[in-house]
Design a protein around this ligand. Structure first.
Ligand SMILES: Cc1cc2nc3c(=O)[nH]c(=O)nc-3n(C[C@H](O)[C@H](O)[C@H](O)COP(=O)(O)O)c2cc1C
Length: 185
């Protein structure tokens, strides 16, 4: 049986009824049992300011410790103005410092973008990937996950209404599990 891996899920939206959080929960439900997910909240992280590293806010320290304790990271993000929401970028910046002690380094990851629009958050997905390359995170390449027209895909309780999307999310989660296993071996 595959070794269990602890996955930190980061969702780039704080919105009640967030489509991205629904997608994250769906992936977690459909994933093989070798993956154990835990969402790490990013809404209460104070804005990054290097001056505060002398006495870092408790929320930064807790966040860094929790990410450090995970085997891999699942990013699920909306697109804001064709890029990554500031909230998620702030979390990435907090985790990347102090210099030389980034919590992201060498941690396998996957990126999913979700939008009610037709192009599925492509811009956010790839801007996020740009940061993850610099942070030395091996990111799952295929399948790519741009979930468009998302308002029509989930019902109010977050269930996936589209059979095709459910099949895709399951395949995505399986590919992620196989990806994470490579780095555990
Ligand atoms: C500030 C802002 C900027 C947005 N920019 C984009 C955009 O560039 N592309 C897009 O597809 N949707 C954009 N949207 C719409 C979001 O995709 C939509 O609100 C989505 O539901 C957010 O994800 P959530 O449901 O997980 O909160 C934007 C929304 C906000 C609030």
């Amino acid at each position: 049986m595959a070794e269990t891996s602890k996955i930190a899920t980061l969702v780039g939206s704080l919105r009640r009824g967030s489509l991205n959080r629904m997608a994250a929960r769906a992936i977690e439900r459909l994933a093989p049992p070798s993956l154990r997910f835990e969402e790490i909240g990013i809404g209460d992280l104070p804005a990054y300011n290097q001056d505060r590293e002398e006495d870092p806010p408790g929320a930064w320290t807790e966040f860094r410790d929790r990410v450090r304790g995970a085997d891999a990271v699942l990013f699920v993000t909306p697109e804001y103005n064709r890029s990554v929401p500031g909230l998620l970028k702030n979390a990435i910046d907090v985790g990347s410092r102090p210099y030389g002690r980034s919590v992201w380094s060498r941690k396998p990851a996957a990126v999913v973008s979700v939008s009610p629009g037709g192009i599925g958050g492509f811009g956010a997905n790839h801007h996020l990937r740009q940061s993850l390359v610099f942070l030395d995170m091996p990111v799952l390449q295929q399948p790519e996950a741009y979930i468009g027209n998302a308002a029509a895909i989930f019902d109010e309780a977050g269930a996936v209404k589209s059979e095709e999307t459910e099949k895709f999310l399951r395949a995505f989660a399986e590919a992620f599990a196989a990806w994470v296993a490579i780095f555990r071996s």
